[in-house]
Write a protein that binds this ligand. Structure first.
Ligand SMILES: [Mg+2]
Length: 403
């Protein structure tokens, strides 16, 4: 690169809708059927040709105007200056646009410049991550047993199930049955997905502290590994009360948009036993690692959330591999056959993120460690914004039939 400072020369934005092999109905969005993985994709290109990529979940045209902001904030800037990049992302956040998912793209460039996989640049030494299988749909009891047996036969020793019923007896039966069935072979965790409410297409139960206490009692009685997000995410005092009461670890923290400072307050309040920030929401790679450090100092645990798309999975894998928690905690591997499988989810990458008997081998190529499949991107993605230091193009037509 010589003595000249490297700068961002070009920015591209795509909307991608890659088909899934079968419909997927996430438990946390009642009434939703997804037939595709949909996301916004950004590509930063430096003046010396280094590319940084990232992607963020997006249903339709809600980020159509993002390019206007990106061009003004990032063209001509030094992508290696992560603090400055984060400050610019914060400028967007002050205006109500939360885009922490852009920050990993600068780390992609920085790690490529260094010739290292990102987690090694960050000081990580964990080349292999122990995974837990993270399911995504509601199931009846027998189907859940079958699913757990299948994951166990594939090499997983921990699986996370979902509950989202109005009747708490149904939820308790779900975890009690599968935990008892798999006892001594596989650990079961549960995600209640109460921290945020996605009720635009269907109704969802809202747990009270009393309901969460009863559920935590039932979960402790059958030895669950943890109970995730059993209360609304802003009810910090109630979450801390529940955690103080519970005999089973309480986990959460995936989507706190204020990033480090919000989660730091929650850590000091003893809200959760296990913190699960997702770098794409909670302040990027840097703030997620800062949260991991604070978790260590405060004697609580850390394991990143990953459930968005292949980009979110690998960004958080680098964070987790560098967090210092990879030897003691399991890491989220989204897997919900037949719809939500890596081959569909990661369709625009040359290779999907597969597991090996419940382990994940960290990629060893410089940067985030994937190669974009440009043919697949051409099929499933639409370029809708393109800017360089010389010219700007916005292609609203490209978004008209998107998603
Ligand atoms: Mg969760």
């Amino acid at each position: 690169m010589g003595n000249m400072m490297q700068v961002i020369d070009q920015i591209e934005l795509y909307h991608v809708a890659a088909p899934l092999p079968a419909p997927f109905s996430p438990s946390w969005m009642p009434g939703t059927v997804r037939n595709a993985v949909t996301f916004y994709l950004v590509r930063f290109i430096t003046d010396d040709g280094v590319e940084g990529w990232s992607a963020f979940t997006g249903a339709g045209r809600e980020r159509a105007g993002l390019g206007d902001m990106l061009a003004g904030l990032f063209l001509g800037q030094n992508p290696e200056d992560i603090d400055l990049m984060a400050e610019k992302i914060h400028i967007m956040a002050v205006g109500g646009n939360f885009n922490w998912w852009l920050e990993p793209a600068f780390w992609d460039i920085k790690a490529k410049n260094a010739g290292l996989p990102l987690y090694k640049l960050l000081g990580g030494t964990s080349d292999r991550l122990r995974l837990y299988a993270s399911s995504g749909e509601l199931r009846d009891l027998m189907e859940r047993r079958d699913e757990a047996e299948k994951r166990f036969s594939e090499g997983f020793d921990t699986m996370k199930v979902r509950v989202h019923d109005f009747d708490e007896k149904v939820d308790i039966a779900q975890v009690s049955d599968v935990a008892t069935h798999m006892q001594g072979r596989m650990k079961i965790a549960v995600d209640c997905n109460q921290a945020f409410r996605l009720t635009q297409l269907g109704k969802a139960p809202r747990w009270t502290l009393d309901r969460a206490r009863r559920f935590a009692d039932a979960a402790a009685d059958v030895g669950l590994a943890w109970v995730e997000e059993p209360l609304y995410g802003e009810w910090h005092e109630d979450i801390a009360r529940l955690t103080a009461y519970s005999r089973v670890p309480i986990a959460g923290g995936e989507l706190h948009l204020m990033g480090y400072h919000e989660l730091a307050r929650m850590i000091k309040m003893r809200c959760y036993n296990i913190y699960q920030p997702d770098a794409m929401w909670t302040g990027g790679v840097q703030q997620s690692l800062d949260i991991a450090r604070l978790c260590r100092a405060e004697g609580v645990q850390f394991s990143s959330h990953t459930w968005t798309n292949g980009f979110g999975f690998i960004v958080n894998a680098h964070v987790f591999a560098a967090s210092g928690f990879a030897d003691e905690m399991v890491f989220e591997y989204p897997l919900n056959e037949p719809g939500w499988v890596p081959e569909g989810r990661d369709a625009i990458m040359k290779a999907p993120w597969l597991h090996d008997r419940g382990w994940f081998q960290m990629p060893q190529t410089p940067g985030l460690g994937f190669e974009i499949d440009h043919d697949a991107l051409g099929r499933y993605g639409k370029l809708f914004f393109k800017a360089s230091r010389r010219e700007v193009h916005w292609m609203p037509e490209a978004l008209k039939s998107g998603a």
